[in-house]
Design a protein around this ligand. Sequence first.
Ligand code: CP
Length: 306
Amino acid sequence: MLKGRNLVDPEDFTLEELESIFKLTQEIIENEEDFSDICHGKILATLFYEPSTRTRFSFEAAMLRLGGQVIGFSEPGSSSVAKGESLADTLRTVGAYADIIAMRHPNEGAPIHGVEYCPVPLINAGDGGHQHPTQTLTDLFTILDAHKRLNNLTIGCCGDLKFGRTVHSLLKAMSRYENVDFVLISPHELQIPDYLMDELKRKNIKVQEEERLENVIDKLDVLYMTRVQKERFFNEADYVRLKDSYILDLEKLKDAKENLAILHPLPRVNEIKIEVDDDKRAWYFRQVKNGMYVRMGLIAKLLGVR
Ligand code: CP
């Protein structure tokens, strides 16, 4: 039963619960009209303390397409946060007006703290360099869309694996499925955090670390490209040195499998050349659209309207 629950961490839901969200998402895609009023009278609040295009707009579009309404801020300076209001008080207050809240916050762990005070379901829409569980729902649904399975896969994650919260959440989530191997492609300085590597080792997950994408691209079923996260670097010089570590182009794809699925949470800077967009292996814009549908499924489940 997902009604009334929070989503803070990608492992908050069981595999069966995830499957039920994906099943509902597929039903929505196939018969959107049937769902156009199921959230009538309900309000979603989007509290974004950090910039966003996809996550905020897809949450808002999702609620509007379900017949509900939306309030919120995209800039905390326009709310009483600017006057020093605590996160706890903001959530208590907004939770008095809205039926469900999606929050993005720069502080890692902010939603874990937030659920203590939030009177309605709270969805983590990204917390610092930590986790981004609704991106992961989108990623899993897109992998399912491309490969029709979530097991028996070799998944390559490439780029900024240190600060990229979407990769952290994807690794946690996909490590729960059978026979999933990871190839982690990054410069030494941008490898995944130790806590996450320890967790993968504890679960006996097969992990290969590699610096050159060309050395491993032929074995991948999924290639998850990421942006180097400029906003999380402590100094500009390191960012400038590392920002162009990986640029995917058609030449690099010549050894890749025919049914490789290239995903990217976006925004992209220059890590995927535009020439790749028309390749049938490019799934990242379909992933964008899936993100809205999967959030429709999630909202419907947490509100208990389906
Ligand atoms: N994927 C993602 O989180 O994009 P935004 O930062 O634009 O929301």
